[in-house]
Ligand binder design. Structure first.
Ligand code: ZN
Length: 223
């Protein structure tokens, strides 16, 4: 889903936002050309508080627009909170194919809920149809929307698997996510280049070693 955010989020009403350009017309507060269920004014006010708390002057020229930009960024990064990613799996097609369907290397960026820092990587999503298939791009859409939430990688992996298992009624579902967490690379232990891998296996991918081995060989197959 592409979401466009209008410049109307310059609207101000909170006292903390008085430095931001805009008339402060509260009638349009938070309005935009898409209905964003995010309180942009509250985020802007909070960013100003953070800037002050770290010793910055939120009223200096370079920071004047920062609260507005951060509010828009969070609205975009967390847009998945107000969406049901499972709706992409509602349209299915009857198909006798009953082998592995795998979409590899679905790139995503999500947000670690512990630090509100991004983690980025790829998801491999596989299932074995039980009479019905979905469009391949729909699997990528599910990953994209699930990623737009504050979360941990473990739950993200399970959420994607749950959606496919529940909506498609597949014989097997496998989701493997590999990501680099900036909360590990830019702060704390500061280990760049390390990646975290999580996997959720359902159905025969979980119970049948041969089925799981076939999936792993397909995921690791050269391009
Ligand atoms: Zn973190």
């Amino acid at each position: 889903m592409s979401v466009t955010f209008s410049e109307l989020c310059e609207e101000t009403s909170a006292e903390e936002d008085c430095c931001i350009r805009g008339s402060g017309n509260s009638a349009n507060r938070g309005a935009s050309d898409t209905d964003i269920p995010v309180d942009l004014a509250a985020i802007k006010a909070a960013v100003r508080i953070i800037l002050r708390a770290v010793g910055e002057d939120p009223d200096r020229d370079g920071l004047l627009e920062t609260p507005r930009r951060v509010a828009k960024m969070y609205a975009e990064m967390f847009s998945g909170l107000s969406l049901d990613p499972g709706r992409h799996l509602e349209v299915t097609f009857e198909e006798s194919y009953d082998e592995i369907v795998l979409v590899r290397d679905i790139a995503f960026t999500s947000m670690c809920e512990h630090h509100l820092l991004p983690f980025r990587g790829v998801a491999h999503v596989a299932y074995i149809p039980d009479g019905r298939v979905t469009g391949l791009s729909k699997l990528a859409r599910v990953v994209e929307e699930v990623s737009r939430r504050p979360q941990v990688q473990e739950r993200m992996t399970q959420t994607i698997a749950d959606l496919i298992e529940n909506r498609l009624g597949s014989k097997a579902v496998g989701v493997i996510v590999r990501a680099e967490h900036s909360c590990m690379s830019i702060r704390g232990i500061r280990k760049t280049g390390s990646s975290t891998v999580t996997s959720t296996m359902r159905g025969s991918f979980r119970t049948d070693p041969a089925s799981r081995a076939e999936l792993m060989s397909l995921i690791n197959m050269p391009e």
